[in-house]
Design a protein around this ligand. Sequence first.
Ligand SMILES: *Cc1c(COP(=O)(O)O)cnc(C)c1O
Length: 432
Amino acid sequence: MSANELRQADKTHLWHPFTQMRDWCAVGHDPLVLVEGRGSMLVDAAGREYLDGNSSIWTNIHGHSHPHIVQAIQKQAAKLAHSSFLGLTNEPAIRLAEKLVALFPLGTLSRVFYSDDGSTAIEVALKMAVQFHQLTGHPERCHFAAFEHAYHGDSSGAASLGGIAAFNDRFASLSFPVVRVADLTELEALEPRTVQSLAGIVIEPLMQGAGGMRTWPTGLLRDLRDWCDRNNVFLILDEVMTGFGRTGKMFACQQEDVIPDFLALAKGLSGGTMPLAATLTTERVFAAFLGDYAEMKTLFYGHSYCGNPLGCAAALASLEVFAAERTLENLQPKIQQMRVLLDELGGETHVGAVRQCGFMAGIDVARADGSPYPWQEETGARICLAARRHGLLTRPIRDTLVLMPPLCFDSGQLADAVGALRTAIREICGEN
Ligand SMILES: *Cc1c(COP(=O)(O)O)cnc(C)c1O
């Protein structure tokens, strides 16, 4: 099929996520058809190359079509692409669990539950937390606290935790009630009765993503861990975005020496190649579920593709690349370079606040006087469309531009990406 035939068939049959489909299907809109990925670049049907400025919605780690990961997937596909994880097991899933657990101090996070995406990684943590409290004599601990602007996924349970009104308000009738807090001060001010009803508190450590690339104050995570310990509330860390090097360490929680009770991993787990998620937890949680079958302590939860050998093989290969290419070590100067480049970009008339955490950044665009553009004007989206013409693909959160490159970006690509954003901002917002 030609690119035009593909576009036509897409507009006839598909429904894209988070997309106003009337705009998508409009006559003037030519969707970008991607055909190839090479390292930091994506290639469209016309052969044009683009920098992958948001790591293909925060998933890609080592670049596209990394030969080591491709080979691991090919080898595994030729051997065993999938078998059930209900009552059966497989080698890549076992080896990956060993490797994931070994990334944390001995005897801390020791158990791995696999699923398919970030939302399911959160769902299972919620169910484990509630069931744990039931099994240990605290059925009243059946609620969760979460933060304003939080994003933990789109399935109904994960979405209940979300603090973004535009995504959630419409489905309030499907949501379970959540104790919503803005910060630690509000958490500490909760009534004892409310605290005693909590099974856990969920947070995106260091930086909230979909809520607008918002950074948390340094030390908050450590304080939250202490609060959880004092109050017998589980700390559930959602590292679906921050995991696998984005903050400059393998996991955000390592920046503050915090070990959660549950850790949700997805997006970058497979290096950005296959849908795969893991929920890690402690032996203490695990042990509470053990007993005679008739005691009904079993966790009745699972998905068809749990422990998928292809995804696990890709994840193992991605971890091998981290070691072989010294990814985290090589990332440090790039994080510094990003800081310098963003400092300069911050001087632009139409750039407001810029927030960076490791190799991730949110760049607010605003009017010259600092006031926001009306969100209906889709300024951020128009800037990103303009940036595309200058060789950069990314997607905004309203009027916050997101820069979250694969960790393999080189310094020239980083400079080009920020340059494309600068040009695009000037084109859309004017130079002064
Ligand atoms: C993307 C994301 C999720 C949801 O993951 P999916 O794979 O899209 O279900 C959850 N939490 C955070 C922090 C995310 O960025």
